[in-house]
Design a protein around this ligand. Sequence first.
Ligand SMILES: [Zn+2]
Ligand SMILES: [Zn+2]
Length: 761
Amino acid sequence: MTTELRLVEVHGTVQGVGFRPFAHRLATSLGLSGWVRNEDGHVVSLVAGTPSALAEYTARLDTDAPPLAVVTSVRSRPAPPVEAPGPGFAVLASTVAATGQPREIPPDAATCPDCLRELFDPDDRRYRYPFLNCTACGPRATIIDELPYDRRRTAMRAFPLCPACAGEYEDPANRRFHAEPVACPVCGPHLEWDDGDVAGEGALAAAEEALRGGRIVAVKGLGGYQLVCDATDEQTVRRLRLRKHRPAKPFAVMVPDLAAARRLADVNQAEAALLTSTARPIVLLTTRAGALAPAVHPGTDRVGLFLPYTPLHHLLMRDLDRALVVTSGNRSDEPIAIDDAEARRTLGDVADGFLTHNRPIRARYDDSVTHAPLGTPAVLRRARGYAPAPLRLPRATPEPVVAVGAQLKHTFALAIGDRAVLGPHTGDLQDATTLDAFEESFERLARLQAVEPAWVAHDLHPDYLSTAFAARWPRNRRIAVQHHHAHVASCAAEHGVTGPFIGVAYDGLGLGGDGTLWGGEILLADLTGYRRLGRFARAPLPGGEAAVRRPARMALGHLYGLERLGEPIEDTFSQRLDPREVRTVARMIERGFNSPTASSAGRLFDAVSALLGLRDDATYEGEAAVALEQAAGSLAAEALPWRLTRVEKLWVYDPAPTLAAVLRRTAEGESAGPVAAAFHTTLAEVTGALVAEAVQETGTDIVCLSGGCFQNRRLLTEVHDHLTRQGLRVLANTAVPANDGGISYGQAAVAAARLSARKET
Ligand SMILES: [Zn+2]
Ligand SMILES: [Zn+2]
C-alpha cells in the first residue's frame, strides 16, 4: 500500500471555530497520521496516508467543516518526505508568520444547541451555568488579547482550568477540545449582583426579582453593558427613556425564541434566518399593535427584535418568560460601557441594579442591527457577531490602509491585501468619549492585525473628528474620498463591481467635491473616481445643524429658499408655527446668514414630514423620515408632480411642484398617509428619470444604491423595482450598512483601487 505525504492549507474563517479538533477527528477517523496547527490566519496540516484517504480528508475539510467555519479555499500539495510525521495525529501549538492577508479574529457566536441542552439539563455539571460555551459557540472577538487565538492570550487566562474542564480541553474526541473560553462553575467566571454581596445563582435571582418588580437592571453582556427592563411595562420603559435621555428612538426587544418573535411581529423567511443565525443580530420587524408597551416604539411599528445569544440571556428569558427591552448600556449616543467602574459611573443613575460578572470585556461590541428589505438580509449596524470578520475588496491594496470613516454611526476599516477588516460600530463620533472609543478600537485592531497603516483614507469634511484623526499621517499619505463616492463605492465593492457604474447616493449631508453640501446625488463612478451627473435642487439649512434637529425649519428652508428653478411654492404651512420663528428663519434665508445650502434627499424627507404635520422636531437622526415611511405604509399611490431641469450640465430634480402638491392636498384635508405614500412613489419616478439620463449619457447599466435614505424600506423597494423595470442591474448594500456605518469600507475600497492603479502605472 502506497503512502503519500501532503501539506494541506485551509483558508477562511477557520480559527477559533473548532477547526483543529475537527481536522483531528477527521484525520483520525480516516486512519491518517500527522499534525494540524494554526499558522497566522489559516490552518495547516501535514498528513500521511493512502491517496484515497488523503483525497477524502481534503474534500471533507470543506464539506464537513464546523458550523462557524467559513472555508474559502483548501490547498493541498505534496510535502517532502523529510517532514514525515510519526504515528498518530497531533494538534500542535500555533505559529505566527507574516502574510499579506489579515489575521482571523473570529466574531462572537450565539450559544449552540448542544450547549443550550446542557444549560437546562439538571444532571449536567454546567446546569444553569451562565458562561458555558464550546468550539461552536461563545465569546471570541470580545475576549481576545493577542493572536494566535489561544486561551492564554484571552481574558480567560485569569481562570485556570479545573481538572474536569482540562480533561475536555485536551480530549480530541470531546466537543470542547481546544475550546479556548471553556469554563464551568468550578473554574470559570461567576455572576455578581450589585456590589458583589450576592454571587452566582443568587445574583441572577436578585436581578430577576428586580426586573419582575418593574426595575431597570444594567447587565454586563458579551461586548458591553446592556440596560434591561420589562418590555410590557409602560411605566418602566418610560422611566428608562427619561433616565437614558432617549425620548423616542425605538428600543430593541429580546424575546425567548422564534415563536415568541412571531407572536409579536410578522417574520418572513429571511428575517427568521437572521434572528436564528449565530450572529444573532437585532432584526427590524413590523410589530403588531399592542404587543409591547407603547413607549418601546413611539410613532413607528418597526421594532428591533432579537433572540438570546449568551447563556445568561437564555437564563433570564427562561426564568422571566417575557419580552425584555435590552438596549445598549450608555446614555444617548455615547459608546457602550465595557469597563465595570466606567459602567457604575455612567449608568449609576440609569439602572436600579447591576448584574455583572468577573470576566473582563476586552473590546466594545454593540449588538448588530439588520433587516431584510428586498427579501435578503442587510446589515444596518455591523458589530457583535459580524465584526471583525474581513470583507473582500475588489482591488487589493499594495500597502495597508486605515479608512477612518465619517462622523455619524462611525466605523473604521483596515485594508490589508484584498481584504478589509471593519472595526465594530463606535457610535456618533462627536465628542471626546466616542473619539477615545474609536482610537482604542483602532489601536487594538491594528495591533491584533500587526499592521501599521502606511496610508489613511478619510472624508473631505474638515470638521469631522475622523478627518482630524487622519491628519496624524503625513500629507502625502492621506487619501481623501468624497462622502457619496464612498457610499456608492461601498455598494459596488461588496458586489465585486470594478468597472464603471451609476451611483445613486441619497443621505442626510456630506461635503461635496465643490465645497457645498450634498445628499441627493447621481454619480458616474468606479472605484477610483466619480463624476457628478445629477442632483436634487439645493435648499438652505436655516441655522445649519439646528435645521437637522428641526424638520419644520427644513420645511421653511424649502418654502422660502429652494434654488429657484421654476415658480415659487405658495406657503400654506408656516401659519401653524410660531410667527417669531418663521420671521427669524425667513430673515436668515434672505440674508444667507448661517444657512448653508444642500442638495439633500434626507433633508427633503424631513421637510415633507413637517409639511404633513408628522414631525416638527427630530430627537434622533432620521426620526422625521421614519415617521414619513411609517405614514406611507404600503398604500398604493400615484406620483406627485415633479420636474427635472438642466443646470450647469447636471440634471437637477426640482421638488417645487412636488412640495406644492403636498401642501395643496394637505390643505384639502387629506390625511398624511396617502400623500406620504405618493411622495415615496414620486422619488422612485424621479430616480428612474435621473438614472435614465445618466444611462443615456454614459451607456452604463449597473446602478449602485447607497446612503442613509436607503434604510427606508419603501424607498429602497420602490426605487429598486422601478430601476429594474428599466432593464438595469440594481445593487444595494447588504454586508455593510447603507448609512454612514458603511463609509469606511467604501473609503477602503477606493483607496485600495487608487493605490493599486498607481502601482501599475
Ligand atoms: Zn456550544
Ligand atoms: Zn471547570
